[in-house]
Design a protein around this ligand. Structure first.
Ligand code: GLC
Length: 651
């Protein structure tokens, strides 16, 4: 949009850019800056307009965008243009991701380059390499406490290893996802060190306080993220003789985005990694970006404005790069990270569907899909050009973040039901084969979350130990069932490393003092590549899971209706054990797919009458796309095996 005041300011800023930048060919940069400048100016003004140094910061902001544009490799600029033209590229069904810890998966970046064929064998073509930036050896929160945002941890490799990996991935049509931990730094970061030495301008990079007065006020309304291992939200720093806000661990200092210098530094860092070849940047812990007294300091409006501003600026310099919002918050809040009151996503194009994940686990424990159906029907539609990451497990705990109103709507008491789920997955419930661990138990609120590997949570560990082959198969069936749903739901399925081989809990973290307090390490495996070879051995657990997934992924990629255009319709079914929906591609409606999943440990019947004439699905003609078979029928109804699923089309 053209607007006189901001346009005048833009012209004067462009005149002030350094001559070495002005001399470059900036045509694409200028057109995009022109298109986005009014939005950038307005957002920056809303956040920082009251400051005397506003214009100086705005000049700095534009200089950073221009500098990084100049530094952007022509290969990446060509990708930007191609993606501009094909702007729905990431909504297509061809993308399947995996999140992994480098040290556990392949040792280092060079090792990952060697393992790309393994990922491609499975069908994975998007890789989220979890944090690889410099961080202290012990107090690192698995890499999420960064001490240098521009350098790679020596254990992972070097910047040149990353460049080679990125190039190799591009050659193989694979997408690289990297983290930028925007909410906090390690206390070992240079900014924190300078703050400790008394440098006031760097103390302003964080929330620091002379005494407990304001921290105490904040504590009245701020929840605790790690109540066991890091209670409270503030830490006293002896060297600084001040309190500093530390929402996560005491060594993770929260960045202060009320300071425009912080915003500009972090934008520079996002663009730096975009220029190192990240196709997708995962913005960590975005719900926490803005702190406000009297609130939970999560999901604040300004946190959204900051993300919009990051997006608008990134579009100018590196428009082909996508953002993932890591906001594991209530269902109605998650959806806002695509951008509120916008038609097209204007914050992050991708967000974790933590609601769907938690609901899937509810269905596993209860063996019915009542809450799953209820929770999904309450989830609003996404904006256009926005997509979910659909996942079953990740490196974090499982939070039971569904809506209390939904829990009540299906007839459970929220507190009792959540307790049941935690007991079920931590094996405290008599009937449960699950081997999870509680995480983040909060004595004050009674809340708890769950750690554990997918295989151990569905009971595979227990079944293997008991030598119960029937149960082993039913656990494998559940692993495939859960994956069938993240593949078919709509979005980019994000597998978690190790799950494709049925990896069990790894208890060894208990012996490491830096990890013992954090049960999430139980599900952050180190690969045994010899065991991975068993995927080729017919009948092995590894083979049954890997092959099942490989086939499912290949089929997903071949079905247009699996692309994500809000083209899912949930079907209200009578049988409470079933989760049923259709997927229809806007341009090929005749290719609709009917997805039917059974969470019970017994076969269940599905009555096609429940479809109420949606789609043309005739019982006699149905064919399952994954197995190629026609499913069995009983008394004019479809028979869904125990823990079975179908992706059905008319013959
Ligand atoms: C994100 C990460 C998690 C980490 C937290 C704090 O939620 O996924 O692993 O502990 O941020 O950085």
């Amino acid at each position: 949009m053209y607007e006189q005041q901001s346009h005048y300011l833009l012209n004067s800023i462009l005149d002030q850019l350094k001559p070495e930048i002005r001399r470059r060919d900036l045509r694409h940069f200028y057109t995009r800056l022109g298109a986005n400048f009014y939005a950038i100016y307005s957002l920056f003004h809303t956040l920082y307009g009251q400051r005397d140094d506003f214009q100086a910061h705005l000049l700095q902001l534009v200089s950073v965008m221009a500098k990084q544009y100049v530094a952007r490799d022509p290969v990446l600029k060509a990708l930007d243009s191609a993606r501009e033209q094909d702007h729905h590229w990431f909504l297509r069904q061809e993308w399947v991701g995996m999140a992994l810890y480098l040290d556990g998966f392949s040792g280092d970046l060079k090792g990952l380059a060697d393992k790309l064929p393994y990922l491609q064998e499975l069908g994975v073509n998007m890789v989220h390499v979890m944090p690889i930036l410099e961080c202290p050896a012990g107090a690192s929160d698995g890499g999420y406490a960064v001490s240098d945002f521009r350098n790679i941890n020596a254990r992972a490799g070097s910047l040149s290893d990353l460049a080679s990996l990125a190039e190799e991935m591009r050659r193989r049509d694979m997408l690289l996802t990297l983290d930028v931990v925007v909410n906090h730094t390690s206390d070992q970061h240079e900014w924190a060190q300078l703050a400790r030495q008394g440098d006031l301008s760097h103390q302003e990079y964080y929330y620091t306080f002379e005494n407990r007065e304001i921290p105490d006020l904040f504590e009245e309304t701020m929840p605790e993220v790690f109540p066991e291992s890091a209670p409270g939200n503030f830490t006293f720093d002896e060297a600084m003789n001040k309190w500093v806000m530390t929402v996560f661990h005491d060594y993770q200092w929260d960045l202060n985005y009320t300071n425009p210098a912080v915003f500009i530094e972090m934008l520079d860092i996002i663009l730096f990694w975009a220029n190192k070849g990240a196709d997708i940047v995962r913005l960590d812990a975005v719900a926490f970006l803005w702190k406000k007294l009297g609130t939970t300091s999560q999901n604040e409006r300004e946190a959204h404005l900051i993300l919009q501003l990051f997006k608008d600026c990134c579009q100018v310099t590196a428009p082909g790069v996508l953002f993932i919002a890591e906001a594991i918050v209530a269902p109605v809040e998650i959806i806002k990270y695509f951008g509120e009151d916008a038609v097209i996503a204007k914050e992050c194009e991708i967000a974790y569907n933590a609601t769907f994940m938690a609901l899937l686990w509810d269905a596993v424990a209860t063996k019915n899909a009542r809450l799953l159906n209820q929770g999904i029907s309450s989830l609003p539609d996404k904006l256009d050009r926005a997509t979910w990451l659909t996942y079953v497990r990740c490196h974090d705990d499982i939070g039971l973040g569904f809506d209390d109103a939904d829990i009540r709507a299906v007839g459970y008491d929220p507190r009792a039901h959540r307790k049941f789920l935690v007991d079920y997955f931590t094996g405290e419930y008599d009937d449960s084969p699950a081997r999870g661990r509680p995480f983040g138990r909060n004595g004050k609120t009674g809340d708890a979350r769950i750690s554990g590997s997918l295989a151990s949570l569905v009971g595979l560990e227990t079944a293997l130990q008991r030598g119960d082959d029937v149960k082993v198969q039913s656990c494998i069936d559940q692993i495939l069932l859960l994956h069938s749903l993240i593949m078919a739901f709509g979005g980019i399925p994000l597998l978690y490393y190790g799950d494709e081989l049925g990896t069990l809990n790894n208890e060894s973290f208990i012996n490491d003092a830096d990890k013992a307090e954090d049960s999430r390490w139980i599900h952050r495996p180190s690969y045994d590549w010899q065991r991975a070879e068993l995927r080729h051995q017919r009948g092995s657990v590894e083979h049954r899971i890997f092959e099942g997934l490989r086939q499912m992924i290949a089929v997903r990629k071949s079905i247009e209706a699996m692309a994500d255009f809000n083209n899912r319709e949930l079907i209200d079914v009578e049988n409470p054990h079933l989760f049923v929906f259709t997927r229809t591609h806007p341009s090929t409606p005749q290719g609709s797919v009917l997805i039917v999943a059974n969470f019970n440990d017994r076969p269940e019947l599905f009555n096609l009458r429940d479809l109420r004439n949606r789609g043309r699905f005739e019982l006699a003609e149905l064919r399952d796309l994954v197995s190629g078979a026609s499913p069995a029928q009983v008394n004019g109804q479809l028979l869904i095996p125990a823990y079975g699923f179908y992706w059905l089309v008319g013959a």
